[in-house]
Design a protein around this ligand. Sequence first.
Ligand code: FAD
Length: 556
Amino acid sequence: MKKYSPSEEVDFVVIGTGAAGGVMAKQLAQAGFSVVVMEQGPWGAYGHEQDYSKDELSNRFPAEDDMLLSDPKVQKNTFRRNANEKAVAGNHNYGCVVGGGTITYGASSWRHLPWEFDEASRFGTMTGTGIADWPVSYAELEPYYTQAEWEIGISGPNLKTPLIAPMSKPYPCAPLPLKSSGFLMQKAAAKLNLTVTPNVAAIITAPYNGRSACINCGMCSGYGCQVKARSSSAVALLPIAVATGNCEIRVHSYVREINVDASGKATGVTYFEKKNNNREVFQKAKCVVLSANGTETPRLLLLSKSNRFQNGLANSSGIVGKYLMSGNGGGASGLFPDPLNEYKGCVTGAAVLSYVPNDVKGRGWYGGGRMTARGQMSPIQYGLAGPHGAPSWGAGYKKALVEQANRRLTMVNFISQLPVETNTVDLDPDVKDAWGLAAMRITSTSHENDFKAMQFFIDKSVEILHAAGATEVWADQVSDSRGGAHARGTCRMGNDPKSSVVNKYHRAHDVPNLFVVDGSSFVTGGRNHPTMTISALAYRAADHLVKAAMTGNVTI
Ligand SMILES: Cc1cc2nc3c(=O)[nH]c(=O)nc-3n(C[C@H](O)[C@H](O)[C@H](O)COP(=O)(O)OP(=O)(O)OC[C@H]3O[C@@H](n4cnc5c(N)ncnc54)[C@H](O)[C@@H]3O)c2cc1C
């Protein structure tokens, strides 16, 4: 791999190797630019994926260099429901390894629907929310969705229904096989007149671009993929970037600040270099691309205060970190008379699409969601959570574990969450992370509309499980998000610098050579499967940035 000296001014520093950073690194390096990609986490099993552990215990308690997710004891964060509360220790985490969240994600890869880009114009706004139109339309993004699906490797059905965004090209791979959950959803759908489809997933079902097809090993979401079938940025994108000879991935490099000069232009980044006792190093760059995800991106901008940017970098609007949407759920579980064998295959086999669209008049609330049914828990997780309605230890506990483990399905739903200005990521004034920097503080309570949405999906889950033949069903309590790996909205894009952080090409309004490309640019949240839209936005941002940089001026 190419190595650059920190004192050498590279064309681009990209912060983060996840869904967005992987696309940016590949596109910029392929265009001939020099690129250094900063990643705070380790290599993981990059290049020797067969070494990913399939052991639940070591996956939960990994050695330092096998960490796949951030550790709330190191990447400390706090949580409070509202600004009047004192924040307490939080458990927000995200993918923290080369590949970011795409190493462990469930890989559901749905596009946003066309009307999810102009909800304010189509459906109106709502008091207490920041619902607004995106500065990008579905039509503008469609070619980039297609590019992302074909380059990354997506499997899915070839359906024509208004419940799925129109596509100029089908998915490159056929859908994953339906599991018991899929057939049971079909049974329920026939009774309740619902639309059920195989899931759309960043998991290949046939050999593709030199990678193997999914072998249905079952240790999927939460684990690294040993056969490179999950289309993470570490197998689908970063190796191409590195092979250009223009791109260095620098691991264990935790960026603490984006530096600026007196004119307000970014000059590079300062990071802690772990291999040298966390000494601080400055990497010089002509242009900085920030792809650290929906929570770390706003935090890094707020940490990058200077005399010129006293409120945090790119924050003249004051809205860096605001409008956080981290993902709401809520569902129900049921026991079935026959064994389900859900432990095989990927986590989501099928999705119920009928409640994706808005139906404000009919349902009395705004939004929608995609419903999935899953075996859900791995053995230790299940043992700790305990079987339903059983004693918590002893012979009764063991008997119930055996009886229920292979007969239980959970409806896990991905529900809209409205952008609310007071739902934020900011800097905790009292708590420091492992490097002595202000920890991330998440403040979040969903809009009252969203509580109605969650209750709706809980009730529907109960109905669907009964219709599918469950003999016993129990519902979740309504409870909204406390932070999560689907974070979006915290550096929203827009045309007006007073009400947005980046423009339609992801350039920070305040810093001409700083580009913020990840879920933080979302204006509204979609149906809580953000990653395919993050990838498409990144391809579009990179396309513009490459063209601009070719002219020698990234600010056009
Ligand atoms: C278990 C799990 C299941 C999921 N399932 C799905 C799903 O089915 N569908 C879906 O759409 N989404 C899913 N997600 C969410 C998905 O992973 C994210 O939407 C996606 O990875 C976000 O991409 P990103 O590039 O914005 O950030 P990330 O993938 O989070 O990458 C950001 C990278 O930046 C690094 N970084 C952050 N700060 C710094 C810093 N200061 N210095 C250096 N490096 C830094 C991080 O370590 C990380 O590697 C899931 C996530 C998890 C964890």
